[in-house]
Design a protein around this ligand. Structure first.
Ligand code: 3HC
Length: 686
């Protein structure tokens, strides 16, 4: 199928790009576009050229699938140069998204018309690169260096409305964008083309003289959280700000090509495609209709889950066992929506309509017409089984019954009903209305239609759903156990909690394991361990955690855990008794302490994650390595620019990873380091 077609309308040539799904600039598109522009300029008699796209969007960028392969001619900068130097006006008619190379094409055009609701941006830094086809040079010349730096280094697209304000587009329309572009073209003349060629302009002198670039750089550094591409982009803009266009463009291309091959860029491409590969419904399945949602439990999770569905426009019945519990839930709901209004995230009207969608009631009868019921009751198997028994009595036939357990055996819970085929796990992460990740846990008996309905529910509420099998903790929390174990053991062997946390935040984790434990509440893990079988976890790793709980240090909620917390600011500082307690536990265990380096902290925790991840793959709890990476990036604050723990393992090299794991097998806690056949095979094959 042709990726480009042309149409003549009112003496204007419309070049229609048609490369589904997102009109990416593949080699075929670049080549067709270059030929069509050259042909019209050489032989055509139209007055103007419009570049428009078929389908749901304007050009969403270079074809990411071509990255990592040898570049193929014609190169995008040359195509854009041909557009810009065209002898007749070229107008970009933008709808949907104009991203990356797509926006660079539009910047090469002489005029830009955007449909209301479209989005424009240069998200390359999200892929570990800088714009490679003139974006860092043309955008500052059009909208100024400061706004351009924000768009390029932040990687976030702006709305068409904002783009108009910035001067990025010339006109915004609610009508058909191509018809508007045709009318617009009738009023533009060839005479102004020189001025409209951004490569012939200079960056505003005010920008160069008066912008506080050091301050901007600091802000970018903070937002980048360890990723290098945003800073590379900034330094490129700064360096080239008063260079002639061609010199700046060459430096941009050089930086783009250098970054495209880095581990960071590979990792970011990996996670981009991993996110799009998760949560695919089984081929033989049909999702059931979702009109009404039921939620059992008006605690933190229940309210968050109810909000998730109300935010997407679904009516929700939220039940609990008493008016008192519901009262607390209503209060929580009101405060959460209130704070969203205060922060400008939603309007007063949204708050009203969303609140009204959630009906609070005592008892299960209101759940009789729900299509999906999610239980978010207390985390204990007997409690959950008794809830499911009741749900079995009231839910309509075909309703999907989901449990929001973080650890428990879904097969046991399903067996409490007469319809295990309709039961599965929907493991939301806290706060459920904010966190994007949900683990969709299929039980032994879960039917493909049930699974498919749950995946649809996740999709319509904007979640990223990763399918997992049943085991203690599924994908994320099972791996976390290994990570927490090694953190705890290193504390015992000589590292302070703050040293472990710092090494891991320096690595890029959004929080260290001891800060996370304090945030989650140390009593949660304590109770969970009490339900676990002896031998299934390493008690020495959490001996200090247990002592802290026994001393009333429950974490942030009690003002102290591994750290002490300021009431107002929540800032943490070391707690004097914690070090004493650690010393006491070390002494009791007869541990001779040693210096533990940051490298060891990172290496041991990462290897523990990777090893457990491979067991999860071996046991088919997860189908793909990339699914595990999505869980860690979206649920556990793993640095996106490292691609997830499995991608990180791959970047080290599997043979090396296995060798390092085997070293730990011979260590004092070697029984936890048994390598799976899966990792052995990886090491053998790579
Ligand atoms: N290249 C190749 N494939 C792409 C792509 C791209 N630039 N953008 C999206 N796709 C693919 C996706 O992988 C997915 O494929 P699948 O159906 O096989 O899984 C399909 O298109 C649909 O994508 P989404 O599921 O993401 O669709 P949405 O409608 O949710 O989102 C979008 C659309 C906002 C355009 C989103 O896809 C997106 O953000 N794409 C990436 C944009 C981007 O990063 N562009 C910059 C590329 S780098 C560049 O241009 C370098 C230049 O400076 C030289």
């Amino acid at each position: 199928m042709a990726v480009l077609s042309s149409e003549n309308r009112s003496g204007v040539l419309i070049l229609w790009i048609d490369n589904p799904p997102v009109n990416a600039l593949s080699q075929a598109v670049r080549s067709a576009l270059l030929n069509a522009i050259s042909k019209e300029c050489d032989e055509g008699n139209n007055t103007a050229i419009i570049i428009a796209c078929r389908g749901r969007t304007f050009i969403a960028g270079a074809d990411i699938r071509e990255f990592g392969k040898p570049p193929a001619e014609p190169y995008l900068p040359d195509v854009i140069a041909a557009i810009e130097s065209a002898s007749k006006p070229v107008i970009a008619a933008i709808h949907g998204h104009a991203l990356g190379g797509g926006l660079e094409v539009a910047l090469g055009c002489h005029y830009r018309i955007a449909a209301a609701g479209s989005q424009l941006g240069l998200p390359e830094t999200n892929l570990g690169i800088v714009p490679g086809a003139g974006g860092t040079q043309r955008l500052p010349r059009l909208i100024g260096a400061v706004d351009a730096a924000e768009m390029i280094c932040g990687g976030k697209p702006v709305s068409a409305e904002k783009a108009l304000e910035l001067g990025l587009v010339d006109k915004l329309t609610d009508d058909d964008v191509v018809s508007t572009a045709i009318s617009y073209s009738l009023n533009v003349t060839k005479e102004t083309l020189g001025y409209r060629r951004l490569s012939e302009r200079k960056v505003s002198v005010d920008d160069i003289l008066f912008s506080n670039f050091d301050k901007i750089e600091k802000k970018i550094q903070k937002q980048a959280k360890g990723a290098t591409a945003p800073l590379e982009a900034f330094s490129l803009i700064r360096k080239t700000i008063d260079m002639p266009f061609t010199e700046g463009k060459n430096l941009e291309r050089e930086t783009f090509l250098k970054l495209a091959g880095t581990t960071e860029a590979k990792a970011l491409r990996h996670i981009f495609f991993a996110e799009r590969g998760v949560g695919r419904a089984p081929s033989n399945s049909n999702p059931r209709k979702l009109n009404k949602i039921g939620v059992v439990g008006a605690g933190t999770m229940g309210v968050g889950i109810a909000m998730t569905f109300a935010d997407a426009g679904y009516p929700v019945s939220l039940t609990d066992i008493s008016e008192e519990a519901l009262g607390r839930g209503k209060f929580r709901l009101r405060s959460l929506y209130e704070s969203q209004v205060k922060r400008g995230r939603i309007s007063e009207r949204d708050r009203e309509s969303r609140t009204q969608l959630i009906q609070f009631s005592v008892g299960y009868d209101v759940l009789a017409d729900a299509d999906l019921i999610i239980e978010a009751a207390f985390e204990a198997t007997d409690v959950k089984c008794s809830v499911f028994k009741k749900l079995d009595g009231v839910a309509k036939r075909g309703a999907v019954l989901a449990t929001n357990t973080s650890y428990l055996d879904i097969n046991v819970i399903a067996e409490a009903t007469s319809r295990p085929q309709d039961v599965l796990g929907l493991h939301y992460f806290s706060p459920a209305n904010v966190m994007k990740l949900v683990e969709v846990v299929r039980g032994q008996a879960t039917s493909p239609d049930t699974l498919s309905t749950a995946l649809t529910a996740a999709k319509v509420t904007g979640k990223i759903a990763v399918i997992a099998g049943v085991c203690h903790g599924f994908i994320g929390n099972r791996m976390l156990r290994a990570y927490v174990r090694e953190s705890g053991l290193m504390m015992l062997e000589g590292a302070l909690p703050s040293e472990v946390d710092r090494a891991l935040t320096d690595f890029g984790m959004s929080m260290g394991p001891f800060s996370v434990a304090d945030l989650a509440g140390l009593d949660i893990g304590y109770k969970a361990r009490q339900e676990m079988q002896a031998g299934s976890f390493e008690p020495m790793a959490t001996a200090v955690h247990d002592r802290l709980v026994e001393k009333g240090h429950l974490g942030q909620k009690s003002g102290a855990g591994f750290y002490r917390y300021n009431d107002k600011t929540r800032a943490n500082s070391p707690h004097p008794i914690v070090e004493d307690l650690i010393a006491m536990v070390r002494k009791e265990a007869g541990v001779k302490t040693r210096l533990i380096s940051s490298e060891e902290i990172v290496s041991r925790t990462m290897l523990a994650l990777i090893n457990e991840g491979c067991w999860i793959l071996e046991e088919k709890i997860s189908e793909r390595m990339s699914d595990i990476d999505v869980v860690y990036v979206h649920g556990y604050g793993f640095p996106r620019w490292r691609g997830g723990p499995m991608c990180y393992g791959e970047s080290i090299g599997w043979a090396k990873v296995l060798k390092q794991i085997q070293k730990h097998v011979n260590g004092p806690y070697g029984r936890w380091w048994n390598p799976s056949q899966y990792i052995k095979k990886l090491a053998n094959d790579h």
